[in-house]
Design a protein around this ligand. Sequence first.
Ligand code: CO
Length: 220
Amino acid sequence: MKYLPELFAANARWAEQTEANDPDFFAGLAALQSPKYLWIGCSDSRVPANQITGLKPGEVFVHRNVANVVVHTDLNCLSVMQYAIEVLKVQHIIVCGHYGCGGVKAALEGPPLGLIDNWLRHIQDVRDRHREFLAAVADDDARWRALCELNVIEQVRNVARTTLARDAWKRNQPLVLHSWIYGLADGRLQDLEASMQGPDELESATARAVGAVYSRYQPR
Ligand code: CO
């Protein structure tokens, strides 16, 4: 019994087309991958890293989990980062969140969902850090959007504080961290401008980006 024949048929069409456009495509990729980017994004099916950035297979190394969280004891995420930085030598790590993130919403106000609540606790830590600001955002949707943004900024901070990023910077390996957010409604990426090229930029980049979120949602 063969299952999901439609996906195999679509795959065959895609492979044929890709090979027709570039006969060396698969042979080249099989021999080597040298992506410049590591993408840390949400598992949400509507936020596929390659498609929304127009990148081809081989061009972006991808790690996804619920609500794009970077936890310092998550061996999965750390292993991806280590391989990306030390072996593939990616030059950019992009943490990309998205508006309408169910994980962020659940952390903000949701009913208990089970095991995943333990994972979402990390986002509740972000929520609690900005409790006063979030409480002052009157509109529920705006509060949700704001926490989606603050979560990205916090997770980029977590990337910067790993031994992996710190060691790369210590040996002067070029590595830029980026904080992006994607809009499900319009397909657009936005830079939240917490980018950093070294540990000395950590505090200033975070302060600048968090300040921008605060003033976006609470204009004086
Ligand atoms: Co999400």
